[in-house]
Design a protein around this ligand. Structure first.
Ligand code: DQQ
Length: 514
């Protein structure tokens, strides 16, 4: 696998160009569907977004416009490790099938193009033209950042940088001053809001025209986790399931200090009045959107028309991001997930569910009900696929109950998802899942608190060649993990470990490439 990477990378380097003059030729050659690539590249997840070639990190500029979900991303078109950042670009009509488009934003005299967001300027507040798509991003130069604008009048196909850039300059002494998330707050009389990561705080700005920004407030002093720098904020309002109440969620990438090590996403629930975020819970409350190692820089779409709030994250971790096995490309995004809030006894929690559009990939549905572990294993023995969805509801009404779902990633390779009723913990152990030696931080056990509901644990597992996402108890606890079977073409199967639990329901779908 490494040999393959070494051979492929220089060839791709030579074939690649990062200057705007190359845009036209790139446009013609890159208008293929991402899925067709998957069958030729066994490391590539089949139904997760990946770049056609080279390095990708954070999702950027997520916005929905005229039937298209736009997905921009941090992109280095010159290498398979992080480097001078551009904004790559893809669009989808269903969040499952993606079409690659030419690079949208190239570095310029003000620097390289770091993370940010995009809006549709419905009321032409910036004067770039009716319904202009406006990207608000960080220019990075000499390790300092300032905020700039670019706009497109043709659905994101061609971009112009604003000649008045930067629109928000670095205040003295703030080298970490980046990743603007911008959205419109309120009705027609409302204003633009920017959430910006500044060291280990979030600063909130407001603006009438996207060009002039006024600082309104700060959040973060002594709240949540401060194990590292705060990055890539997001801020949105969500309904509490089954009620007419709504609360705001402030999501923050943090690098380092996540529960699985390295980078991860924490979030805060509270109220936001357009200028100030007021958290609902005490300062020492720390909650994580994902307990796996590979969910970072999560961003949600602006301007969705159907009332959903959907986000995706970068399926990687800065602890080992540039070392994961690769064959000429590196970086993948999580499944798009619908977000909501759920009220349980003592707290309100963020809940994530894969978008229902993914059902289009399901084939070969098999199910059984009310079985023992032996019966479940007999059922699972025949089922193998490189991509699958497995759902299980397991009874754990006794504190002695514990069980594991073992994902066999090779003849002698496994990734194990375990629940202990006594510890009230769900864990994922990928230490024996295949290639793990590229980083000492990769092959460790990840753990999350999880309380059984009505004496049951429900798991929904999405496996896609080299990635696994576990949604527990209807999306209350999530693990996102990359893993790399030694035999790249192995068909994966699952089994239950020999535990005396009964399994109320078990469902399997093959998830096929597109
Ligand atoms: N990645 C970007 C930054 C951001 C970081 C640079 C998070 O804008 O803070 O590629 O992964």
């Amino acid at each position: 696998m490494y040999l393959k990477m070494l051979i492929c990378a220089p060839l791709l380097l030579a074939a690649c160009a990062s200057s705007p003059e190359h845009k036209q030729s790139e446009k013609r050659s890159s208008m293929t569907e991402g899925g067709s690539e998957a069958s030729r590249d066994s490391l590539r997840p089949a139904f997760h977004f990946t770049p056609k070639s080279h390095w990708m990190n954070d999702p950027n500029g997520l916005v929905f416009y005229k039937g298209e979900y736009h997905l921009f991303y941090q992109y280095n078109p010159n290498d398979i490790v992080w480097g001078p950042m551009h904004w790559g670009h893809a669009v989808s009509q269903d969040l499952v099938h993606w079409k690659h488009l030419p690079i949208a934003l190239y570095p310029d005299a003000l620097g390289t193009i770091f993370s940010g967001s995009a809006v549709i300027d419905w009321h032409n507040t910036a004067g770039f033209g009716p319904e202009a798509m406006v990207a608000i991003f960080s220019h990075d130069k000499d390790k300092a950042q300032q905020q700039s604008l670019a706009y497109s009048r043709d659905q994101g196909r061609n971009w112009k940088k604003y000649e008045g850039n930067p629109v928000l300059k670095t205040p003295q002494g703030s080298p970490d001053f980046r990743d603007p998330k911008v959205f419109w707050y309120g009705d027609e009389k409302g204003h633009w809001v920017m959430a910006l990561a500044v060291k280990d705080r979030i600063h909130f700005y407001h603006s009438a025209d996207l060009k002039n920004w006024i600082k309104a407030s700060e959040f973060g002093l002594a709240y949540g986790s401060h194990g590292g720098v705060w990055e890539t904020p997001d801020l949105f309002e969500l309904a509490i399931e089954g009620t007419s109440k709504r609360k705001w969620v402030l999501s923050v990438g943090i690098n380092n200090g996540a529960p699985a090590g390295g980078s991860g996403n924490q979030y805060f629930i509270g109220d936001f009045d357009g200028k100030t975020f007021k958290p609902l819970y005490p300062r020492d409350t720390i909650v994580w959107a994902d307990y796996g190692a590979d969910f970072y820089a999560a961003q949600s779409w602006n301007d969705l028309r159907d009332g959903r709030r959907i986000w995706i994250g970068w399926m990687n971790n800065w602890n080992y991001a540039d070392k994961i096995p690769s064959s000429g490309w590196r970086g993948a995004f999580s499944l798009p997930r619908v977000l909501s809030l759920r009220q349980s006894k003592h707290k309100i929690q963020l809940v994530q569910k894969p978008v229902s559009e993914l059902a289009v990939l399901q084939k070969n549905h098999r199910s059984i009900r009310d079985v023992s572990v032996d019966e479940a294993n007999a059922f699972l023995r025949e089922l193998r696929a490189r991509g699958f969805e497995l759902s299980a509801t397991v009874k754990v009404d006794d504190l002695k109950n514990a069980f594991s779902v073992v994902i066999h990633t090779g003849e002698h390779e496994t990734c194990t998802v375990s629940y202990s009723a006594k510890k009230q913990e769900l864990s994922v152990d990928r230490s024996a899942s295949g290639i793990t030696g590229f980083s000492p931080d990769f092959g460790v056990v990840h753990t999350a608190p999880l309380v059984a509901e009505n004496g049951r644990i429900h798991l929904r597992v999405f496996f896609d060649h080299t990635s696994m996402e576990v949604f527990a108890n209807d999306g209350k606890v999530v693990f996102t993990e990359r893993l790399f079977p030694k035999n790249e073409n192995v068909k994966i199967r699952a089994s239950f470990s020999d535990a005396p639990v009964s399994i109320e329901s078990l469902d399997w779908y093959d998830l096929s490439a597109l």
